[in-house]
Design a protein around this ligand. Structure first.
Ligand code: GAP
Length: 456
């Protein structure tokens, strides 16, 4: 597998991810998606949406506000409980999450699982200094609404999209007339004032989540949970097409679960920096809707149209960090291979991102062999015609070998070369990113050739 250094350097070099606010010296742990990163993220979102929402008859979409009434976060428990234990080094004053320090000690070679680590024995990982006692640090990003900055104008940027779906449960039910089971899904930005962000886009203070609340009756929740575990496995295997051996399905023991959850599974991934959470799924019982009903005073019950039975629906919540999915897609796609050069029998190293074709940011590159106007006259209209259906690059500078390497490095599945023979035979050469095989075919057949390979 690629190292994080390989990925970070490729992302910067080719325009997947840039350090945030770079010309002002950056902002720690803030990242901007460049042209290719934006396209890759769009493709992952589109695939997620298609798989979990559009192709299912039991899902409805939603897009709710980032800033909500603060009472929402009181009801959800975020204002009181959404915190991490923080310690500060008495010498260098760096701050750390206690659970991360304990986790790091647990991973040390001489760690004995039977002996719990005593917080008092922890030292600063940076300078070895003594640490303060742990304090709870709330992760909510505070802001103010309107011109005055006092307690009455305090608001928060949402830390998750879920609340928007719970507070709109009745609205959605009324307008869609859905029956249980059904889900409400959305994708959106979230904000958490993380104490120790890091590992590139793995943990940041601003990130995107795709998640859904799947409303059910409590009876038979176990089967529904299993159904979603299977769907999640299909998502990773059939759509994201990752090596499933790199996933770890971590059943969270009762003692570590939120008190209202009867089952939680963290789907972890073997990142270069260790096995860590990729995303999760939790059975949250009727906790969320009950809390919102209690705090808002609004009736959030569901009435079964056949039996007239009235109850608060329970919920299963699969949640997916989009930035982590993007990181995994890069780690899985990255390869370093020996590839033949123009000189017979010689090879050179090529870096290639072997994305599944539907995720590749650019689907094809049109490469005229030289900048000569007669080649341009054929190549540009071809690129323009293909752009009606796909993201297509056009590149006429440098040697053809270098241009192939560039497209390999950004994961473009097909390169289409227009050469001087094209002017005579009206044919182009299509090169496959993975096999490097070249196929000569009529210009008029290119769109069909690509659609057969990109849209299946
Ligand atoms: N509504 C449930 C919820 O928000 P979560 O595990 O706190 O659950 C959901 O967050 C997902 O968001 C995580 O599984 C992870 O993929 C992603 N995530 C959480 N914190 C993140 C951060 N600071 N940076 C990037 N992604 C994050």
């Amino acid at each position: 597998m690629a190292s994080m250094e390989d990925i970070i350097s490729l992302c910067k070099r080719r325009g997947f991810v840039f350090p945030g606010s770079e010309i002002y010296g950056g902002l720690a742990n803030s990242w901007d998606y460049g042209p290719l990163g934006h396209l890759l993220k769009q493709n992952i979102k589109a695939a997620w949406w298609k798989f979990f929402v559009a192709e299912r008859e039991d899902m409805v979409p939603l897009d709710t506000a980032i800033i909500m009434n603060p009472k929402v976060w009181e009801a959800s428990g975020h204002i009181q409980n959404f915190s991490d234990p923080l310690v500060e080094c008495k010498s260098c004053h760096r701050r750390f999450r206690v659970d991360h320090l304990l986790e790091a000690r647990g991973a040390e070679p001489d760690y004995d699982k039977e002996t719990p680590i005593d917080i008092r024995n922890l030292r600063c990982p940076e300078c070895g200094g003594e640490l303060t006692d742990p304090k709870q640090f709330n992760l909510m990003f505070k802001t103010f609404i309107g011109p005055t900055e006092d307690e009455s104008s305090v608001a928060y940027l949402r830390p998750e999209t879920a609340a928007g779906m719970f507070v709109n449960f009745k609205n959605v039910l009324n307008v869609t007339r859905r029956r249980l089971p059904f889900g409400i899904a959305q994708i959106g930005k979230n904000f958490r004032n993380e104490i120790t962000p890091g590992n590139f886009i793995f943990r940041t203070r601003e990130f995107e989540i795709g998640e859904f609340e799947y409303f059910i009756r409590p009876q038979g929740w176990e089967e529904v949970f299993e159904m979603w575990l299977k769907e999640i496995s299909r998502w990773w295997g059939d759509v994201m097409r990752i090596n499933l051996d790199n996933l770890v399905w971590h059943e969270i023991p009762a003692a570590d679960r939120a008190f209202y959850s009867r089952r939680t599974v963290d789907i972890e991934y073997k990142y270069p920096f260790g096995v860590k959470e990729l995303h999760g799924i939790a059975y949250r019982t009727d906790y969320d809707l009950s809390r919102h009903e209690e705090r808002s005073g609004q009736d959030l019950h569901y009435t079964d149209p056949v039996t007239n039975e009235r109850f608060i629906p329970h919920v299963i919540e699969p949640t997916f960090g989009l930035d982590r999915m993007l990181l995994v897609s890069l780690l899985e796609a990255y390869r370093e291979e020996e590839a033949p050069t123009a000189v017979e029998g010689e090879t050179e190293k090529r870096v290639v991102l072997k994305f599944p074709r539907h995720l590749a940011p650019i689907k094809a590159a049109v490469l005229p062999l030289s900048k000569k106007p007669e080649l341009n006259a054929v190549a540009r209209p071809l690129a323009q015609a293909l752009r009606r259906r796909w993201m297509v690059d056009y590149d006429e500078t440098q040697s053809i070998g270098k241009r192939y390497r560039r497209q390999d490095e950004i994961g473009t599945p097909f390169c289409i070369t227009v050469d001087f023979d094209t002017l005579e035979d009206k044919k182009v050469t299509v090169r496959d990113r993975d096999t490097m095989e070249q196929t000569r075919l009529p210009i008029d057949d290119v769109a069909h050739y690509l659609s057969e390979r990109l849209e299946t």
